[in-house]
Design a protein around this ligand. Structure first.
Ligand SMILES: *[C@@H]1O[C@H](CO)[C@@H](O)[C@H](O)[C@H]1NC(C)=O
Ligand SMILES: *[C@@H]1O[C@H](CO)[C@@H](O)[C@H](O)[C@H]1NC(C)=O
Ligand SMILES: *[C@@H]1O[C@H](CO)[C@@H](O)[C@H](O)[C@H]1NC(C)=O
Length: 180
């Protein structure tokens, strides 16, 4: 699937289409769920609206024992009378990914949030995993996105066993009135 998308990524420079002020790009919902309290627990998982345009995402979870083998299954959905699978469905080896961003889709997602988190290091992972005051900035979104509501469902596997989910819903709107 990604081989089809790479030319799209290369061809479209988002800045040319929409100026930064001309969009709404904010979180709508955030849900966290652990399946194994003896390996991963959430301290908190919440959104806080600080202005009309800015919603902050905060997450704190703890890896209770060092993990050396992590996979992430990320899948995008778009709302259209219920959430329907939308374009992206990717599984990565996280320990390999943090050394080299070999997956373009997860690479975009990672670039948008990395400076708000403490995830940017190599394996193993242990202890608090924190995302602090993360908000969405359209200028980092280098792919074109149709107006709509989206969900990015992320399932995290340790040693190939599902440990927790982080599902984030966001709204993206081109503001046509402000477009010149
Ligand atoms: C749950 O976590 C423990 C580590 O605390 C691990 O040994 C076990 O395999 C995990 N179980 C599942 C079903 O993931
Ligand atoms: C995250 O939770 C851990 C464990 O409760 C705590 O020690 C740490 O201070 C928290 N960090 C943040 C940024 O909330
Ligand atoms: C962490 O981020 C910095 C800056 O983006 C990058 O240079 C470095 O290679 C990253 N380290 C890892 C382990 O991914």
């Amino acid at each position: 699937m990604w081989t089809n998308l790479v030319p799209v990524l290369g061809a479209v420079i988002f800045f040319n289409i929409i100026s930064n002020e001309a969009v709404v790009f904010r979180f709508k919902n955030f849900e966290c769920k652990t399946y194994n309290q003896s390996w991963f627990v959430f301290q908190h998982c919440r959104l806080k609206a600080v202005s009309r345009d800015r919603v902050l995402l905060n997450m704190n979870g703890t890896v209770l024992h060092p993990v050396h083998n992590i996979h992430l299954h990320a899948k995008m959905f778009k709302r259209a009378s219920g959430f329907k699978p939308w374009l992206l469905d990717s599984t990565i080896d996280v320990c390999r990914f943090v050394r080299k961003h070999y997956d373009p889709f997860i690479g975009i997602v990672f670039n948008i949030f990395k400076e708000f988190s403490n995830f940017n290091h190599t394996c193993p992972y242990v202890g608090p995993q924190v995302v602090k005051d993360f908000y969405l900035r359209p200028e980092l979104l280098i792919v074109p996105l149709p107006t709509g509501e989206y969900m990015l469902a992320m399932q995290w596997y340790f040693d190939k066993k599902l440990q927790f989910d982080t599902n984030v819903t966001f709204v993206f709107e081109e503001d046509l009135l402000k477009r010149s």
